[in-house]
Ligand binder design. Sequence first.
Ligand SMILES: [Zn+2]
Ligand SMILES: [Zn+2]
Length: 102
Amino acid sequence: MNKKVYEEALERSDGGLCEICTSHIGVELHHIIYGNGKRKQCERIESVIFLCWDHHHGNEGIHGKNGHALELELKLELQLTYFDMGMNEDEVRKWMGGKLYD
Ligand SMILES: [Zn+2]
Ligand SMILES: [Zn+2]
């Protein structure tokens, strides 16, 4: 992944703490937009988040069996961030991997 993005994310997360609960256990960087080859082309500082093991792979974690709500929440937040940054709809759609969420 882009080294600069990774380093900025480290800084934002106090050195790699979960950005939801600040736990340090099993923390990994999650790409909010992934799948269908979108992960790399949609990677930027706003689209990655450090997650602890629970929030990443636990039952309620983003890749867990009940993780759909959290996944959608992060995507909606990201979309809002892009609009707040002044992007137009086409740009937001591009950075969201080709679709808008609601
Ligand atoms: Zn967490
Ligand atoms: Zn992930």
